[in-house]
Design a protein around this ligand. Structure first.
Ligand SMILES: [Zn+2]
Length: 162
């Protein structure tokens, strides 16, 4: 009996969450029909957290993502499309609570855009292949690049090297 109650609450909560995000999608007036269709597809493919971050540009709370402290060896790919983004050999502990890299994997990995939202001037990083929001890049990283790619764990999928 308890299980049924808890389960039905879970679905109700999830549905409320999904409805909220659908509403958010349709409020965006600048979005074209094509973009709206694509977002609806992503909405079905991704978890609510992944969708919120990758398609609606949210940020996961620090020290909560599954790759924040990850030291495993491999290639971090885009969770949406599988585009190879970062090599674990360029990951370092920035103390920020988000996975941090000092270099992108290749010229095909990301696109950078100036982002002036939230009263700050930052450089947003998106997947070059599918435009997923990944995080931001800052100029306080370690050498040799001096860059810190500060990326949401939810936007990443680590393919471990064997
Ligand atoms: Zn992608």
């Amino acid at each position: 009996m308890m299980m049924i109650v808890r389960q039905s609450f879970g679905y109700a909560a999830l549905n409320a969450y999904n409805t909220r995000h659908y509403n958010e999608l349709f409020r965006v007036k600048s979005m074209t029909d094509k973009e709206r269709d694509e977002n609806a597809q992503w909405h079905d493919k991704l978890t609510p957290e992944q969708f919120n971050i990758c398609r609606l540009k949210a940020t996961e709370p620090p020290f909560t993502g599954k790759y924040a402290d990850c030291k495993k060896d491999g290639i971090y790919q885009c969770i949406c499309c599988g585009n190879p983004l970062f090599d674990s050999t360029t990951k370092y502990d920035s103390g920020s609570g988000w996975p941090s890299f000092w270099e992108v994997l290749s010229e095909q990995s990301v696109t950078e855009h100036v982002d002036v939202s939230h009263g700050m001037r930052r450089v947003e990083v998106t997947c070059k292949s599918c435009d997923a929001h990944l995080g931001h890049v800052f100029e306080d990283g370690p050498q040799p690049t001096g860059l810190r790619y500060c990326i949401n764990s939810a936007a990443l999928d680590l393919k471990e090297r064997s």
